[in-house]
Design a binder for this molecule. Structure first.
Ligand code: RNT
Ligand code: ZN
Length: 411
């Protein structure tokens, strides 16, 4: 135990906070790392461009080109992140063995290798259907007026649920499956009621079959690039759908109006839905998917979860993809930043602040919130890294740089 940690433990104890308890809670805080930072959301179909209103910018050398490279990169990143974490897969990351497997043909067998990998590496998996980057996606998929196209995507998403269920069974822990579709209109349009009725109907068909080993999440957003005027799966649409059907809304922190607070959704939604999925990201001016940092928005989000006593009701996915920086570094920086936000939330002297708030003593509330910012939480995080045998502080960079030199720059 370091001297710094011992001092920190005493300072927190004086506020009634047990740092050992916070460390144990942080150990039990599992991120679902998104596989798609490793290759800028390309996947293994090799069909071409990223479409569906999302964009990865930058051309930093060394992205993963195949499943072996992707797995190696993920394991490298995981070795520099304390704790045990999950991996979030998209359907386009299946093991297709060089065959063309269309989205309505995908099968559990294409993920058998991932399931084996998951067991070997003690990394539970989560899953996502993939409606973007495909000739049949266009501007509309599950809400397409053409029944044949809708049916294609319904079949795809049903198959993804079957795969997620097999994954959940394999790992003895539910696989969290996210549905995000980009459906929308670039310009003025008048058939909104119809598109949303079609999306509702498609979702009803997709979710009709009960599955024991997976959980469904649905992710709304404000707009996508090239689909600026209208989004079929808006937040109102999915919030209502989730509340009515007991589904899990996904809060992607880049999917709201710039001054809207994703953190404020937590205590509202959890009154009506069983659980939440997060896509923690960092939007710069739009849903730009910059690497997560320890910023106010992320701190607020995790603090609201802890204050709501909802740690166990939330799944902690990451969702960013920056093609302009070292991608292993991106994983490590973002994952560690998310952990730091959670640790700071766990170390907040909330009981004291709650009492002052109920007594109407705002200066006291602000004092404790402000002073918490300068408390020695960094020493507690360093201790966490040490106990988990991963590099403390910026020393992980040496390993990121060595891996770049020896592996990714040779690609
Ligand atoms: C897009 C959504 C979605 C994707 C991933 C790749 O705006 O955030 O979650 O980022 O599915
Ligand atoms: Zn997302």
């Amino acid at each position: 135990m370091s001297k710094m940690y011992e001092l920190a433990r005493e300072r927190y104890a004086a506020l009634g906070i047990d740092t050992e308890k916070a460390l144990a809670q942080l150990q039990d805080f599992h991120l679902s790392m998104h596989c798609w930072q490793a290759d800028d959301v390309a996947g293994f179909e090799a069909t071409g461009d990223l479409t569906g209103g999302i964009q990865a910018t930058g051309n930093y050398p060394g992205k993963a080109r195949n499943i072996d490279e992707l797995r190696a990169d993920i394991l490298k990143a995981k070795s520099l992140i304390p704790g045990k974490h999950r991996l979030n897969l998209h359907e386009i990351y299946g093991e297709f063995g060089g065959q063309k497997v269309d989205r309505d043909e995908v099968d559990v067998k294409h993920f058998q290798g991932w399931m084996d990998w998951s067991r070997e590496n003690d990394t539970p998996l989560d899953f996502n259907s993939t409606s973007f980057s495909h000739p049949k996606s266009g501007n509309l998929s599950l809400s397409h007026p053409d029944k044949a196209i809708r049916d294609f995507w319904i079949e795809h998403t049903k198959r993804c649920r079957t795969i997620a269920d097999a994954i959940g069974k394999n790992q003895g822990d539910p696989c969290i499956m996210n549905v995000w579709v980009h459906d929308g209109c670039k310009d003025q349009s008048v058939n909104h009621y119809m598109y949303r009725a079609l999306l509702k109907d498609s979702l009803d068909k997709i979710f009709a079959e009960k599955k024991e080993n997976m959980k469904d999440c649905i992710e709304g957003k404000v707009f996508g690039i090239g689909l600026e005027s209208f989004t079929v799966g808006s937040h109102d649409f999915y919030t209502a759908y989730a509340a009515k059907n007991g589904k899990i809304p996904t809060i992607d922190t880049g999917h709201y109006h710039p001054t809207e607070s994703p953190a404020d959704k937590v205590s509202a939604l959890l009154q009506f839905v069983p659980e939440l999925m997060l896509h923690v990201s960092r939007p710069i001016r739009w849903d730009s998917d910059h690497v997560t940092l320890m910023d106010d928005g992320t701190l607020d989000l995790f603090s609201e979860i802890v204050r709501a006593g909802a740690l166990e009701r939330v799944h902690y996915g990451l969702d960013y993809f920056d093609g302009a920086i070292n991608r292993i570094g991106a994983y490590v920086i973002g994952s560690r930043a998310a952990q730091k936000c959670m640790l700071r939330a766990l170390l907040e002297p909330t009981d004291i602040i709650r009492r002052y708030e109920l007594e109407g003593k705002t200066a006291q509330v602000l004092t404790y919130l402000e002073e918490a910012k300068a408390m020695p939480w960094g020493a507690v995080y360093d201790e966490f890294c040490e106990r988990n045998n991963v590099p403390v502080g910026e020393s992980y960079l040496k390993e990121v740089e060595a891996y770049e030199k020896e592996v990714t720059l040779k690609r």
